[in-house]
Design a binder for this molecule. Structure first.
Ligand SMILES: Nc1ncnc2c1ncn2[C@@H]1O[C@H](COP(=O)(O)OP(=O)(O)OP(=O)(O)O)[C@@H](O)[C@H]1O
Ligand SMILES: [Mg+2]
Length: 296
């Protein structure tokens, strides 16, 4: 598969035509939107897309509208050549790598706002972020046309927002969410892990360890929201991580439980925490996801 031919497209009309051509041949299209700097989590999404479709398209676009003014847009890793080679090795067929001007032509003004789901977890800490995500994903899905689009559950809130917009805007897309791929030590794979020093990376393991602890308490019958989430907050603080939030919420509406509430048989714990200057996110759906296997 390593010499699988990958067609790299730069423009919206070329990408749309290539996607139309796939369906025109009677083949199904899978689609994996990314920001590049690919890792094994992304490659898993491509492999999953291949189970749904004969042809798989991947977009690589560092989307300016989802970065805040003080975030890492300009230093975000860009490794297109390596990414295309990796995509060839897992059998992707089409890569869309557009310029910012191609995606946001001069004079454009439209933004997609999904509402309630954007208001919890990362919403308050990254104003405008999810409007940027929803806008770019809407554009990408509109270009790709009918397809199965595969996203990662590492970005659980993003996945819920994309499911919502696909339904609300009646896009001809099946949205699939795939489990988080983790490194052997338990840390969720992320392109931003490349920013971590060796010491920061060790301390970052407090995140999967805290989630595993909550999973163990849940498995032992604990259903009090406070008793599930407060040790997670303490573990993060104990490792010197500065949490934007660590919340436990209803996994459909993402509305956080009060500390004295009892959670049901499914609840999502989501975390965003700074390790040095790198902001990491992770989550676990209690009652659904396996606990992260963490090294001692
Ligand atoms: N560890 C992972 N396991 C499964 N899917 C993942 C993982 N990391 C990212 N994804 C998914 O890959 C897609 C593209 O994400 P993106 O390019 O932002 O990568 P990323 O690793 O999340 O980068 P960053 O953390 O810098 O945002 C999204 O659907 C995202 O949920
Ligand atoms: Mg991401």
């Amino acid at each position: 598969m390593s010499d699988h031919p990958v067609q790299v497209l730069r423009s919206v009309p070329e990408f749309r035509a290539a996607c139309d051509a796939v369906r025109g041949r009677g083949e199904r299209l899978g689609f994996v939107p990314t920001m590049g700097a690919l890792h094994a989590g992304h490659l898993r999404l491509v492999e999953v897309a291949r189970r749904y479709a004969e042809r798989v398209a991947v977009s690589i676009f560092v989307n300016p509208t989802q970065f805040g003014p003080n975030e890492d847009f300009s230093k975000y890793p860009r490794t297109l050549e390596r990414d295309v080679a990796l995509l060839g090795s897992v059998g992707a067929d089409l890569v869309l790598s557009p310029s910012a001007e191609e995606m946001y032509p001069k004079g454009e003004t439209t933004r997609v706002h999904v509402g309630e789901l954007s208001e919890h977890f990362c919403g308050p800490f990254r104003p405008g972020h999810f409007d940027g995500v929803a806008t770019v994903v809407t554009k990408l899905l509109a270009m790709a046309g009918p397809c199965t689009a595969v996203f990662g559950r590492k970005d659980f809130q993003q996945l819920k927002i994309i499911e919502r917009l696909a339904r609300d805007l009646m896009l001809p897309v099946v949205v699939v969410g795939e489990p988080t791929v983790r490194d052997a030590d338990g840390l969720a794979l992320s392109s931003r892990n490349a920013y971590l020093s060796a010491d920061e990376r060790r301390r970052a393991l407090a995140i999967p360890r805290a989630l595993a602890g909550a999973a163990a308490r849940f498995a032992g019958g604990e259903r009090r929201a406070g008793t599930l989430i407060e040790p997670v907050r303490a573990d993060l603080a104990g490792a010197g991580l500065r949490a934007d939030y660590a919340d436990i919420a209803d996994p459909e509406r993402l509305f956080p439980f009060a500390l004295d509430a009892h959670v049901g048989e499914r609840a999502v714990i989501a975390v965003a925490a700074f390790c040095g200057t790198t902001r990491l996110i992770d989550n676990l759906v209690l009652g659904e996801d396996p606990a992260p296997a963490v090294s001692a």
